[in-house]
Design a protein. Structure first.
Length: 183
């Protein structure tokens, strides 16, 4: 399909598999560069194609979203979202939040009741078509909610739109992954 690109990593991939520590240590080098054993600023010889470059930009935008989430700072979350009436957010077990004011309020509610949260992202798939991009992934979530430790897995879809300031989130949907009995 012309103009379409998709990047996929399986569950055995090394994306975001660094020790839990400060968020900036876990996300500083994008997973794509890490998978190529490159450091920030290294090119690896062959220049990236336009699609690879866009996939990397989307991956970096997705990293910024999870860093903002882990920070529990609404100002940082505001930096990753488009701020108009077209944005949507569906948190696990919640209804649809439509428009930036409702989406922002949902993050404030989550941040105010969460003492700490950490993500390990696996099964990452990135697709790009023009100025629209999507990321599908599994979030392994470790958090303290109202003082109690919890762990869960969430299947997430994140949509991004490219504008003058780069890739901005326009939709986040998280669905709980139910564990099979016995494992």
């Amino acid at each position: 399909m012309p103009g379409f690109s998709a990047l996929q990593r399986g569950p055995g991939g090394d994306r975001y598999r660094t020790p839990y520590g400060r968020p900036e240590e876990r996300f500083r080098i994008p997973g794509l560069l890490r998978s190529l054993n490159l450091k920030d600023g290294e090119s690896g010889g062959e220049p990236m194609s336009s699609m690879e470059s866009q996939e990397l930009e989307v991956e970096q935008a997705n990293d910024r979203f999870y860093r903002a989430f882990e920070s529990l700072d609404i100002r940082r979350m505001e930096e990753v979202w488009a701020r108009d009436e077209s944005v949507r957010c569906i948190h696990p077990g919640w209804g649809v939040r439509s428009g930036w004011p409702a989406v922002r309020d949902s993050w404030v509610l989550i941040f105010n009741s969460t003492n700490g949260i950490r993500f390990e992202i696996t099964d990452l798939e990135i697709g790009v078509k023009g100025d629209l991009a999507w990321v599908i992934c599994v979030e392994r979530v470790q958090m303290r909610l109202d003082g109690e430790a919890q762990e869960s897995r969430v299947l997430a879809t994140n949509l991004y739109s490219k504008g003058p300031t780069g890739w901005m989130m326009i939709h986040h949907h998280g669905s709980p992954v139910m564990e099979r009995p016995g494992g």
